[in-house]
Design a protein around this ligand. Structure first.
Ligand SMILES: [Zn+2]
Length: 153
């Protein structure tokens, strides 16, 4: 990240760009100042970056369901899956012993919380996003707890 107010930028411009520059100077009837060229660059970059952001934003909704279409998500309505994804900000919700939340945003699974009574099997609070590692970890932990309960006198 650049942390200065202004930098000198050297760029390569194709002949068509030079022709436009000459045409602008012809219309203004004077040469462009470096500040004006910088202003044009800023406007062009703003437009281009806004277009890129729009394109990337449009791609996100397509990516969401794909990462939630795993076997573990079967039987959970799509609207609930999407709501869980949005509520959990597309990130694993596992919180470790240090209190830090897992930062994983890929290979996410929907985990059905067993502790919540299943009055309504599709209640949003019955689900959470976990990365594959923590999904397996929680499944093993739950199984170990159940086996421990079964063997208790
Ligand atoms: Zn995780």
């Amino acid at each position: 990240m650049i942390e200065v107010d202004e930098i000198l930028l050297q760029i390569e411009v194709e002949p068509a760009g030079l022709e436009l520059l000459a045409r602008a100077e012809e219309l203004l009837d004077r040469p462009l100042t470096p500040h004006e060229v910088g202003d044009v660059f800023l406007r062009a970059m703003s437009t281009w970056v806004a277009r890129l952001e729009k394109t990337l934003q449009a791609a996100i909704p397509k990516a969401r369901p794909r990462c939630l279409r795993r076997d573990s998500a079967r039987g959970i309505p799509g609207a609930v899956r999407l709501a869980v994804w949005e509520r959990d900000d597309g990130q694993c919700t596992f919180v470790g012993t240090t209190g830090d939340r897992c930062i994983a945003r890929r290979l996410l699974e929907i985990d059905r919380l067993k502790a919540i009574p299943s009055g309504n099997g599709t209640k949003l609070e019955s689900f959470r996003l976990l990365c594959r590692t923590h999904f397996v970890y929680e499944a093993r932990r739950l199984r170990a707890a159940q086996e421990g309960a079964d063997t208790d006198p």
